[in-house]
Ligand binder design. Sequence first.
Ligand SMILES: [Zn+2]
Length: 232
Amino acid sequence: MTTRAVVVGAGGLGGPIALALGAAGLELLIVDPDVVELSNLHRQIQFTTADLGHPKAPRLAGLVVGRGGQARAVVDRFTAARADALAADADLIVDASDDPATKFAVADWAVTSGRPYVIAAALRYGGNVMVGAPGLACYRCLFEEPDREAPSCADAGVLGPVVGAIGGVAAAVAIGLVRGERGLAGALLAFDDLRAVADPRIVRFAARRDCPACARAPISPFERPVKLAEAR
Ligand SMILES: [Zn+2]
């Protein structure tokens, strides 16, 4: 049985995540509303100047397919209103966006629909990866609300290799979730400064009793160990 994953974001994090998950045999849907800009290229190394002005999602999906993987693209923003239409048949969802509201939309949808999920973020010299699974403390338990003031990579900058490192970690833990590994589920892996220390702080936290996302989320029939596709 093929495992389906939605990758939200086709930029600096989404590039390494999609290429790794596609090469691991997952069938991908890549969702991103943006086009490639010159200022992206230092960190979104899957793109070249030939991609400038073209939508990111189909360009990245093309790279996955060119390596023998399976990927489709949607040029759109992942929102709560669009989540069911985009992700209904997904076994796993990975956020690689640079937008707090999108991260909450992905996490909330994953929690209420009972899917395992990974939320990746990078800024300046570090980043973090939240590993989520049904029945455990969720992204909203920890961060509560989108931070509308949070600086983006475009505003505050990010060291190019940092997104590759964080994206690689996110892809590795996503493959672990697909294989039924839950050892890091419910934890945040925090990399404060990858120029200095490569080991993450592993932050475990309790569920908030009144969390609007997970407090009443059912344990879903979707939650099951799913298998990587057999070798094609
Ligand atoms: Zn919660």
